[in-house]
Ligand binder design. Structure first.
Ligand code: TMP
Ligand code: ZN
Length: 423
């Protein structure tokens, strides 16, 4: 990508085809995690927006963005920190358990995590007795992980990086990539690295948003520049097969709007393809995910949801209600920018992440406040972190009791108040 910030996709990164169906086109949108410093007028003036469009490969049904933003721009300093939430803590323990069911992890076996962020997931593996190593190019986050005792290679994982890990630490029983594989453009080189690093009986396990859940749940705001690919199991199976790996197992999980934990082993390894893999691939075919019509329908429904949400929020604001965003999530950036919601409708956005507080949301420039700094609560919060809806409703019961409401944007915009939240 030398010198250029954006690459336009031509050939499919999974199968090489150039036969694409256009699915979504959101125009130019700023980067989802590019929060701005409030007083930095120069940065505000320089703020960049990039095309945000989704296409579907007619051969393998990979959903891909058309524009690949240089990872050096996206990840060297990264403000996305794994959410400090009960939901995530529980989920990370589930991941340890599921990996342990598939690969017998003996004391001291190596677990390598790609995109290890602040080391939270690896700490859970270490508690289970594994030897752990993180890989993450975000130097600010790798440093935090190191301080917590999680050794972390501050680099992008590729075949060269894999060779040096093997030389220093040996082969890995588990290579895990949670919500990172869909961020990778050159999947071939990463899979070559996986091959080099993985023990012959080891498993490469990735967690990615599931394209079926994206379409069924209308989670269109999970489309942003970091997410280059949106996978079906059928598509992953094609990809793995092309790189000497065999799909072994899959588990559907509720995190981030619906994800799958998919494991693959060397094609000549001991792990067979499980029944659940076959079942989901059959479902994808039967439910139309391998043909154009399903994606046309999705695009029409996304357009309607966007328009409905815009109207709902604008009407509430026009009636004099005070509205703010809840959770300055990456998908919040997409949602606000493509629905045209900003300072005209919302006063601020709360977020529990210290790295985001005191800054401005990308494109829309809402001030991000720590929940404790809000002062008088607004009448409504637009729930931009809707993937934690249940946890947040519990935490904010006093706000609801006092008459406040949450606007839940997807799959259809709705308002939850005390009356509706009581079960
Ligand atoms: P995520 O879905 O990518 O984890 O992002 C969720 C964002 O929402 C993250 O910036 C943290 C924020 N958040 C809150 O502000 N309050 C909460 O209670 C939770 C669970 C998340
Ligand atoms: Zn393809």
């Amino acid at each position: 990508m030398s010198g250029n910030t954006v690459r336009s996709v031509t050939a499919c990164r999974v199968c090489g085809s150039e036969r694409w169906q256009k699915v979504l086109s959101f125009g130019n949108v700023p980067l989802a995690n590019a929060f701005l410093e409030a007083g930095d007028t120069e940065a505000l003036a320089r703020e960049q927006a990039y095309p945000l469009e989704v296409i579907s490969c007619r051969e393998c049904r990979l959903l891909s963005l058309t524009a690949v933003v240089d990872p050096q721009v996206l990840y060297r300093t990264y403000s996305y920190v794994t959410s400090d939430s009960e939901t995530m803590a529980r989920h990370m323990r589930t991941v340890v358990r599921l990996c342990g069911e598939q690969v017998e992890l003996a004391e001291g076996d190596l677990v390598v995590e790609l995109g290890s962020n602040t080391g939270e997931q690896l700490m859970a593996f270490r508690e289970a007795g594994a030897r752990v190593l993180g890989v993450d190019p975000a130097r600010n986050l790798a440093e935090i992980a190191e301080q917590r005792g999680v050794p972390t290679v501050p680099e992008y994982f590729d075949s060269a990086c894999a060779e040096s890990i093997v030389a220093e630490h040996g082969r890995a029983s588990v290579i895990l990539g949670r919500h990172v594989f869909a961020h990778i453009d050159d999947v071939a080189d990463v899979l070559a690295g996986v091959h080099a690093l993985l023990a012959p009986d080891g498993l490469f396990t990735i967690e990615v948003p599931y394209a079926v859940d994206l379409l069924d749940g209308l989670a269109f705001d999970t489309v942003y520049h970091e997410h280059l690919s949106y996978f079906l199991i059928s598509t992953l199976d094609t990809l793995f097969a092309r790189h000497g790996l065999r799909t072994v197992d899959v588990e559907r999980l509720p995190v981030h709007g619906g994800s799958v934990l998919v494991s693959a082993g060397p094609a000549d390894g001991p792990h067979p393809t499980g029944e659940r893999v076959r079942e989901l691939m059959a479902h994808e075919r039967a439910a139309g995910f391998l043909s154009d019509a399903r994606y046309e329908d999705f695009a029409a429904r996304v357009q309607k949801t966007c328009a409905d949400l815009s109207h709902l929020v604008r009407d509430l604001a026009a009636d004099g209600h005070r509205i703010a965003g809840y959770g300055a999530s990456a998908k919040g950036t997409t949602l606000l920018n493509i629905c045209g919601l900003g300072l005209g409708e919302l006063e601020f956005c709360t977020d529990t992440t210290p790295q985001k507080q005191g800054r401005l949301t990308p494109g829309t420039h809402l001030p991000v406040l720590a929940p404790g700094d809000v002062g008088e609560q607004p009448d409504y919060y637009l729930l931009l972190a809707w993937n934690y809806a249940e946890e947040i409703m519990r935490k904010e019961s006093a706000f609801l009791e006092a008459g406040g409401g949450f606007i839940v944007p997807v799959p259809e915009p709705s308002v939850r108040t005390r009356a509706v939240s009581r079960r």
